[in-house]
Write a new protein. Structure first.
Length: 228
């Protein structure tokens, strides 16, 4: 469970309403979320894919084709709002199934192309996809290692960790962001398909939300972000 916080820890924080608590089947995390002033100066939003943009498959099962890719309700609108706010949106995703021979990088690229076409019809876009196709311990780009950030920064030289936030649904996403010095938002998503390490991810993240639309609402509802 999340650690008990001292009273001094709550300076500049607000508590979520009960309906916003990050919950699992039989308990709620007592989540303390930093006020959005901590996101002032934000320029780039890094997103995990599975479980954040599209419905997560059961543990050990992979999205191998477009027919398996089911965008989560509200995601297109959330992305459109980020675009309209002038924020760069980048997806960084581990796709170990490629290394396992279950699908190819070309298959992933085709899925992303179809997703982008769908988003375009909603007036939304993703500025870049960066994919790790490797198995564990084979590369420097499998999150939480920094390679995908480095690839994104090479394509978009304006990217800086200090003005970026990482939004993900797994401990590896939160560690990826923290190691680089980004702010982090943990998305709880479908409680039945949460990966191991969910409690640690919730404890380490700067903020915790139920979904990407909720995270975007938090980011964009602040005067600090609108005027930065």
């Amino acid at each position: 469970m999340c650690r008990a916080a001292a009273s001094s820890d709550f300076a500049g924080f607000r508590r979520l309403s009960p309906s916003q608590y990050c919950s699992r089947a039989t308990r709620c995390y007592d989540v303390v979320v930093r006020t959005a002033t901590n996101f002032a100066g934000l320029r780039t939003v890094f997103l995990d894919r599975d479980g954040v943009l599209n419905e997560k498959m059961p543990e050990g099962v992979y999205v191998t084709r477009w027919e398996d890719f089911h965008p989560i309700a509200g995601v297109a609108e959330a992305l459109r709002r980020l675009n309209e706010a002038g924020l760069r949106v980048v997806v960084v995703t581990n796709q170990r199934g490629i290394a396992k021979g279950l699908y190819s990088l070309a298959d992933v690229t085709a899925i992303h192309a179809q997703f982008c076409q769908q988003l375009e019809r909603s007036g939304a876009r993703i500025d870049g996809f960066f994919v790790c196709p490797h198995d564990k311990n084979e590369c420097n780009c499998r999150k939480p290692l920094p390679g995908l950030f480095e690839q994104a920064a090479a394509r978009f030289p304006e990217i800086e960790a200090a003005t970026s936030v990482m939004i993900g649904d797994a401990i590896g996403d939160i560690e990826f962001g923290r190691r680089l010095g980004m702010k982090t938002i943990f998305v709880t998503g479908d409680e039945e398909r949460q990966a191991p390490g969910v409690e640690e991810a919730a404890r380490l993240a700067d903020s915790c939300c139920a979904s990407l639309p909720e995270a975007v609402e938090m980011l964009l509802s602040t005067e600090a972000l609108r005027t930065c």
